[in-house]
Design a binder for this molecule. Structure first.
Ligand code: FPP
Length: 253
């Protein structure tokens, strides 16, 4: 969107929440939060400052998702490839995750948010694992927004794990269909994402939810994750509401 169109958009949308088209809301939104490093670099700040600013947007988007009635929100917080980053950056990301859960748990619980995690948590620091465990257990009976945090997650290993468990459970070949595979993935029991958002101008899915994104609508924006505020989210939701989803059929053509 150009600068003028953007100003008009912002003026027109004076109250962001009331502008959301509740009739055409995605049930499940998945987000690749990208651009924290570039956001920091543009301000001549350390990358850690970008990640810290990114956490503020996590707060914003989780809160808004819960308030407007999105049922599932999946955030790609740490990929299996992110271990390749310098140790101090990995440490910062782990610390921020820990802080986020510790600080937000009460509010999330009050908002009836259920926290789940996807990915191999075994390699995470003990403190982080303990905080995740506490958050998951505290909120497991909640019935509002399900907040899935993908941590040390990779889409291919999600599929490989599912296959391993299907074999271990001794399923017959005639029992293995698409629905069966879905039940063995980390998203078991949840609908597939309707909308995938990726910030910062990158147009790839980077090993995120490979199986589950089959029919998702993709929304790519140049906005860097720390700048992805309520208005940016509204734009993504607006764009989704205008899409004609055909699932391979001919839809409203
Ligand atoms: C990408 O930015 C972002 C990440 C690798 C992780 C996202 C993490 C957060 C928003 C903070 C912690 C998360 C939670 C859920 C509390 P980048 O570093 O790849 O940016 P760049 O491509 O501009 O370098």
């Amino acid at each position: 969107m150009g600068v003028i169109a953007d100003i008009i958009f912002r003026r027109r949308h004076t109250d962001v929440y009331s502008r959301v088209d509740k009739e055409r809301l995605p049930r499940h939104v998945a987000v690749i939060m990208d651009g924290n490093g570039r956001w920091a670099k543009r301000r001549m700040l350390p990358r850690s400052a970008g990640h810290r600013a990114g956490v503020e947007r996590v707060r914003t988007i989780v809160r808004m998702s819960s308030d407007i009635g999105v049922k599932y929100l999946t955030l790609f917080a740490f990929s299996t490839e992110n271990w390749k980053r310098p140790a101090d950056e990995v440490g910062t990301l782990m610390k921020l995750l820990l802080e986020y859960l510790a600080k937000e748990l009460d509010e999330l619980n009050e908002k009836n948010v259920r926290i789940r995690t996807f990915g191999d948590l075994s390699k995470l620091p003990e403190k982080v694992k303990a905080e995740i465990d506490r958050a998951v257990k505290t909120t497991e009976q909640n019935t509002g927004l399900t907040l899935n945090m993908a941590i040390n997650y990779g889409g291919r290993s999600d599929i490989a794990d599912a296959v391993r468990r299907i074999v271990a459970d001794g399923l017959r070949t005639d029992e293995i269909d698409e629905a069966c595979i879905s039940r063995y993935l980390s998203t078991a029991g949840e609908p597939d994402p309707d909308l995938l958002i990726r910030t910062s101008g990158e147009m790839r899915i980077s090993n995120f939810l490979l199986y589950q994104l089959a029919y998702a609508e993709f929304y790519f924006t140049d906005t860097l994750w720390p700048d992805f505020d309520e208005w940016e989210y509204l734009k993504a939701l607006d764009c989704f509401a205008r899409r004609d989803r055909r699932f391979g059929g001919i839809g409203g053509k």
